[in-house]
Design a protein around this ligand. Structure first.
Ligand code: ATR
Length: 475
């Protein structure tokens, strides 16, 4: 499944906020934050908060707490232990309210609290879901000002979306739900909301709307759409599904088929977390930190990267394609990306800018991939691991696998392709000797920069891919 890399940020020289000194090891000064919920095992919030703390160098940890009963006692215990702040998730967003010293107006209007902040005489309750929706919309370049919206669903998530839209200038919201009475309850928030039963969808006047899919339909493979009439979605100028797993729901499929810009709920998840984090630390999270955290979140949710290194002819490209097919990962080839971006053949880049110029382009591309790539298998150019900086970036980006082939095997594979710049040699040196010498020089870098190696002599790409995936699932 080849994919074109998004080149946003490729030419940024350095991340505005790079990795700071890692002060994340827990000690007497560590600030503790966390989340209360039941169940809680699969929460992604620790990924968000601990990544931000790691990137900014703040001495803070975020821990999931499985609260099976008595949320009141959990809140009191957290207060006594000096916990700085907490998130609250299912089933406690309402139940927690009587145990708080104060509840912010937004949380009261939505009827749910998802964030506790340590106040003077108890925890104070807030709701950052609404801020999460708004900042996710901003990320997509969408403003509700002067627009109308169609909201599908009338649960807690729908209330947060409605609140965000109402406070940021939406004119009217048409709220459709399977159960009309629940839509009517949400409509009590504002006279700008028109509640409708799902089958009344034709009452929505013809026009263009921001569409929000806020039901739980789409979480399961067999789910469809609440409103099945495809023509209804022609009225969408933008589509937002609050679900983020799966990445593409039936609703988002329809949006894409119709060419409507759309996004899933991952941005909302990220930004509600960032809004909580900012309340606990009193500091804004920089855009670069948010961007990198989004990538780490995507890796945790949709799949980690696998990076293949090794000398030319070691079988990186064919093994990467086989891994892509076997594991459903996006295939990326660094040489091909550089050729596409610069519009030049690698041999031409070597001619015009020398090997150093080419290596600089590789380093920039790696920085970009470390910021953006997820669920990908990346075949790298043979010289990539030679720079210590590149080896560090590869390790940050994913699991690095060194494909090891013997000089004889490599010679067999590259014979006939001797135009490659690094195969140029003089003084009647044989190709095999040339390869042997290059390999000897590079071996320490390949070994220093990998998580494990796989020998490829005499193996099919599928064998190599299976061995890589086996090793990773065992590690
Ligand atoms: P949340 O707080 O995450 O929004 P919720 O309060 O359980 O979750 O709300 C779920 C939403 O999905 C509701 O709009 C619900 O419709 P009802 O109010 O009619 O229950 C909707 N929903 C869930 N399962 C559905 C289904 N099978 N068909 C149609 N709508 C469904």
């Amino acid at each position: 499944m080849p994919r074109r890399v998004c080149w946003r940020g490729f030419f940024l020289k350095e991340k505005a906020e790079g990795m700071k000194k890692d002060r994340s090891s827990v000690n007497g000064d560590t600030v503790v934050t966390g989340i209360f919920g039941d169940p809680i095992r699969h929460t992604l919030s620790p990924v968000i908060h601990n990544t931000i703390s790691r990137l900014t160098g703040e001495n803070q940890v975020y821990v999931p707490f499985h609260v099976e009963k008595d949320i009141g006692k959990a809140v009191a215990g957290a207060w006594s232990m000096g916990i700085r702040g907490l998130n609250v998730t299912v089933p406690y967003k309402q139940q927690v309210m009587p145990h708080l010293a104060r509840i912010d107006d937004t949380a009261r209007e939505i009827g749910a609290v998802n964030t506790l902040v340590r106040g003077r005489d108890g925890f104070e309750g807030f709701n950052t879901d609404t801020e999460g929706v708004f900042r996710a919309l901003q990320d997509c370049g969408v403003s509700p000002v002067g627009k109308s919206a169609v909201l599908i669903g009338a649960g807690g998530a729908s209330r947060a979306v409605a609140h965000a839209l109402l406070t940021h200038g939406i004119e009217k919201i048409w709220l459709l739900n399977r159960t009309l009475s629940r839509a009517e309850e949400v409509a009590e928030m504002s006279s700008r909301i028109v509640p409708l039963a799902a089958e009344q969808y034709t009452s929505v006047p013809k026009g263009k709307y921001l569409f929000f899919q806020c039901t739980s339909l789409g979480l399961k493979q067999e789910d469809g759409l609440l409103i099945r009439d495809s023509a209804f979605y022609d009225m969408a100028e933008f589509g937002f599904d609050l679900i983020y797993n799966p990445a593409e729901t039936p609703f988002l499929k329809v949006m894409k088929e119709k060419g409507v810009p759309c996004c899933n709920g991952l941005g909302m998840l990220l930004w509600q977390g960032i809004a909580s984090h900012e309340m606990w630390t009193g500091r804004k999270v920089a855009a670069e930190t948010a961007f990198h955290t989004a990538t780490v979140l995507k890796r945790a949710l949709y799949g980690e990267n696998i990076i293949l290194t090794g000398y030319m002819g070691a079988g990186k490209t064919s093994a990467a394609k086989a891994v892509s097919a076997a594991a459903g990962k996006t295939y990326i080839d660094t040489d091909a990306e550089i050729e596409e971006k610069t519009g030049k053949k690698i041999s031409a880049i070597f001619r015009e800018s020398g090997e150093a110029g080419f290596r600089d382009l590789e380093t920039r591309l790696l920085r970009h991939l470390s910021d953006t790539a997820y669920n990908s298998v990346i075949a790298t150019g043979g010289g990539v691991p030679l720079r210590a900086e590149n080896r560090r970036m590869l390790q940050e980006t994913g699991t690095v696998v060194f494909l090891d082939a013997s000089p004889a095997e490599i010679t067999k594979r590259v014979a006939g392709d001797e135009n490659r710049p690094l195969l140029q040699r003089g003084n009647g040196e044989t190709l095999e000797n040339h390869v042997r010498n290059m390999l000897e020089k590079r071996m320490p870098s390949y070994l220093a920069g990998c998580d494990f190696k796989v020998k490829t002599d005499g193996k099919t790409p599928e064998d190599v891919a299976a061995e890589i995936l086996r090793n990773i699932s065992c590690s």
